[in-house]
Design a protein around this ligand. Structure first.
Ligand code: NDP
Length: 245
């Protein structure tokens, strides 16, 4: 199957930002969506918007730190649509701060959401993709996986890990399963508000307001990977604001 129309796509972190923009773009192009995040009221609103526009979507409360929640997300795709073509592992925590702050619970959160959340998605979807003889993992990493800057040590570490895991997955995947890693630069989402360090939060918000690109730019990159023919695997996409170093 190539193109987007009719594909069943599950998206984590679909309640805002890049995940929401991706859901709207893919739904508009005929994908059938299974949306996951913790804020289920926002997911319900998004499903209603998609359905009003003639699209198809369902949602389920999903905390990616809980392995069973990813199994439930993948199972819902099977129950409602009979298959899963694409898993977009997009949920992310950006509680960035200097290491000296010792915000160790936030370090844990970034590891749990950004790394283990992706692993839980792989664990849930890979057997389904193997059984189908087809499937596509798309994972949101970050330009922080390529360039570490102060206050981003732990966050960058998680995104480096995500790229490594996805590259390993790609090498093991064989010809039936595709693996795409999308690494955004500064994107205008709520992400900049996540830091609990007021100075870092102000700096991140300032950069966002100065140079950030819209989440639709990342959604378009994801759609490009999805729509390729089954024998074409777009492995890495880096999308930065033209103004970003
Ligand atoms: P948002 O804050 O708008 O979105 C983050 C999403 O992740 C939300 O939908 C949130 O949903 C979800 N999420 C967070 N924790 C969990 C969890 N435990 N379980 C399930 N979902 C969770 O920011 P973005 O759209 O910008 O972030 C999306 C991805 O893009 C992340 O992986 C981020 O690291 C990455 N990224 C963002 C950049 C940017 O500049 N914006 C730059 C580079 C990468 P909810 O709270 O409802 O659970």
């Amino acid at each position: 199957m190539s193109g987007i129309d009719g594909k069943v796509v599950a998206i984590t972190g679909a309640s805002s930002g890049i995940g929401e923009a991706t859901a709207l773009l893919l739904a508009g192009r005929g994908a059938r969506l299974v949306l996951g995040a913790r804020r289920s009221e926002r997911l319900a609103e998004l499903v209603a918007r998609i359905e009003e526009a003639g699209g198809t979507a369902v949602h389920i409360r999903t905390d990616v730190t809980r392995r069973e929640d990813l199994h439930a997300l993948v199972a819902l795709a099977g129950e409602r649509f009979g298959r899963l073509d694409v898993l977009v592992s997009n949920a992310g925590a950006g509680t960035i701060s200097p290491l000296d702050d010792l915000r160790v619970q936030e370090w844990d959160q970034m590891v749990d959401v950004n790394i283990k959340g992706v692993l839980h998605g792989i664990g849930a979807a890979l057997p389904v993709f193997r059984a189908q003889g087809a499937g596509h993992f798309i994972t949101t990493a970050s330009t922080a996986a390529f360039r570490v800057v102060p206050a981003m040590a732990v966050y960058a570490g998680t995104k480096v890990a995500v790229r490594a895991i996805c590259e390993g997955l790609r090498q093991e995947a064989g010809k039936e399963v595709r693996v795409t890693t999308v690494s955004p630069g500064a994107v205008a989402t709520d992400f900049a508000d996540a830091s609990s360090n007021t100075r870092v939060r102000a700096q991140t918000a300032q950069m966002r307001d100065r140079i950030a690109i819209s989440p639709e730019a990342i959604a378009r990159a994801i759609a490009f990977a999805v729509e390729q023919p089954a024998d074409v695997d777009v492995n890495e996409i880096v999308v930065r604001p033209a103004a970003q170093n």
